[in-house]
Design a protein around this ligand. Structure first.
Ligand SMILES: [Ca+2]
Ligand SMILES: [Ca+2]
Ligand SMILES: [Ca+2]
Length: 557
């Protein structure tokens, strides 16, 4: 639909009080951000009965949105219900909700979003409701691209690489990005097995003997296995030459290719398969042979990497889809080496520990994944290595808390990269892993503030998860959502979020120059409003971790 430019500019930043739009968690800390000067606040029932009052915090400036804000701490309110939060001396008020489980629905929907993005697979009405659609991209006849030839597989050889998830708003599938995503979803299950083990996600595999979060993750893992050449090396991606148009999957018919094997993709694959083999060995009767297949695939990829230690991905001239190129693969070596060491007892790659900078994980910075694997397998490395990893991990986790404590908005984010919301989610993930290690409430409370940022306590006023909140992304950069003729976007997806990295995607949209405000809910805005599997995975982890840590049992269906 054509929209005149003036309509595209409507992104009112008018919320004077920012609150989490799916509610506050009754048992834990509750912070609102106030954007107009005031001294105190009060909370009343919907019948105007005064229930609680408090002083606002000191006004602080957040450089990323260039505004002065004050915090209202209403943690003393613990009874679930609907309330009004009002500022004394001004007419400003906002409805708030306190519930036992404000994030459980998000946790389930965020996994279900992966089901909606399944490639080569239909979304049936029984599971997908209004967003049912036909299967697209069978990927049973994928061509070997000239960049990917090997002795047994000349250019044009046909391979079968069906399944897996569409990576993001596009219809392609990338090994590097799949790896961190699969790891993160596995980690969610491994740290909270009771929580995820009993959660019915209403997917085709619900009701079998395997936890649904694992069923969904295996849908992509099995595709990854098809991306390994007979020599052990792993193709970078399964893709069309250029991005396809904004059409439904079944209407997209461009030829698909596997592209250049390289060390980063093969290391990420080795790490993911090694990790999978350890986890899936607990499900040998439900998944006969799969743990062993993953183990063999991991070793074959690892062996290939040792023979081909520094092949970086170079995007071929005729390929225009996501590059996911990475010029520093020391962290990939560390992650893969760690996962291989855990399953074999072989030497741990501790020489790399001093060379890496551990920070918030991203698709090209996977060192922290190796650290977490060490920390959750205390018997598998010697004590010295374990202690060193713990020190490095806690140093960064504490650093995140220090930033949040000093920040005007109560989060740790102090940079706005492409996909800034996923950095918030991954910082929450790191905090919840720290919390699982030491039960220090500072980490839980800070992770809750991260989750509340994503559900509305941020300068844009958006709850960034589709289908949740009063003000939520409606026009995500996602081909199915854009072409399905349904007003509401496919639910459960985390929009990438504000940043100022790219301004050219929506020429007609007015974008703030302030990084924390620079977001537009427009389909054209791939730089702020796309969705991606590696962004949804930490949302799954964080929302489920907090639900689980707060002692919330999933609803029985
Ligand atoms: Ca299941
Ligand atoms: Ca890297
Ligand atoms: Ca739609």
């Amino acid at each position: 639909m054509f929209l005149p430019a003036f309509l595209l500019t409507i992104q009112a930043q008018e919320e004077k009080i920012l609150v989490p739009q799916t509610g506050y968690l009754a048992s834990q800390n509750k912070i609102a951000v106030v954007r107009v000067p005031a001294d105190s606040f009060y909370v009343s029932g919907m019948n105007d009965q005064l229930l609680y009052r408090g002083k606002l915090g000191k006004a602080e400036t957040w450089a990323f949105s260039n505004e002065k804000v004050q915090l209202a701490d209403l943690s003393g309110m613990t009874v679930p219900g609907d309330y009004l939060l009002s500022l004394a001396g001004s007419g400003e008020r906002r409805r708030i909700q306190i519930t036992a489980d404000p994030y459980g629905g998000i946790a389930s929907a965020a996994v279900k979003a992966f089901y909606y993005n399944r490639c080569s697979y239909p979304v049936l009405p029984k599971f997908g409701g209004r967003w049912a659609r036909k299967a697209g991209h069978p990927d049973t006849e994928v061509l070997v691209h000239s960049s990917a030839v090997s002795p047994g597989r000349p250019e044009g050889t046909l391979l079968s690489c069906p399944g897996g998830w569409y990576d993001a708003g596009d219809y392609n599938k990338y090994i590097v990005n799949s790896s961190i995503t699969v790891y993160t979803l596995f980690l969610a299950y491994e740290l909270y097995p009771d929580y995820w083990g009993s959660r019915d996600l209403n997917i085709p595999e619900s009701g079998n003997r395997l936890p649904d979060i694992l069923d969904e993750t295996l849908f992509n893992l099995r595709w990854m296995l098809t991306m390994q050449d007979t020599d052990g090396g792993v193709y970078h991606k399964c893709t069309t030459k250029q991005f396809e148009g904004f059409v439904m999957p079944e209407e997209a018919h461009e030829k698909r290719y596997v592209i250049q094997k390289n060390t980063a993709a093969s290391l990420d694959f080795a790490a993911t398969m090694a990790h999978a083999s350890a986890l899936l060995s607990n499900f040998k009767s439900e998944l006969p042979g799969l743990a062993d297949s993953c183990r063999r695939a991991a070793f074959a990829a690892w062996t290939w990497c040792k023979a081909n230690p520094d092949i970086l991905y170079e995007q071929p001239g005729d390929i225009g889809t996501g590059a996911y190129g990475d010029r520093d693969i020391r962290d990939e070596w560390f992650w893969a080496g760690t996962e291989i060491a855990v399953i074999t007892g072989s030497a741990f790659p501790d020489s790399l520990l001093d060379k890496l900078t551990f920070k918030t994980p991203t698709w090209d910075n996977v060192g922290p994944l190796g650290l977490i694997t060490v920390l959750k397998n205390p018997g598998k490395t010697d004590e010295k290595v374990y202690n060193k990893c713990q020190l490095l991990y806690m140093k960064y986790a504490n650093h995140l808390i220090d930033i949040a404590v000093q920040s005007a908005y109560p989060v740790s984010l102090d940079y706005f990269a492409w996909g800034s919301n996923s950095d918030v989610a991954n910082q929450g993930l790191l905090k919840m892993v720290a919390y699982s290690l030491n039960r220090d409430d500072r980490f839980l409370h800070s992770a809750i503030n991260d989750m509340n940022y994503l559900t509305g306590v941020n300068p844009t006023g958006y709850c960034f998860i589709t289908g949740f909140g009063e003000k939520s992304p409606m026009r995500i950069h996602h081909r199915q959502s854009a072409s399905d003729m349904i007003t509401e976007p496919v639910p459960g997806f985390l929009a990438g979020g504000p940043n100022t990295v790219v301004f050219t995607d929506c020429p007609d949209a007015k974008r703030s120059k302030l990084p924390a405000m620079s977001y537009v809910d427009e389909e054209c805005s791939y730089s702020t409003n796309e969705i991606a599997i590696n962004w949804n995975a930490p949302l799954v982890f964080l929302s489920g971790a907090i639900s689980s840590a707060a002692g919330i049992k999933p609803e029985i269906k």
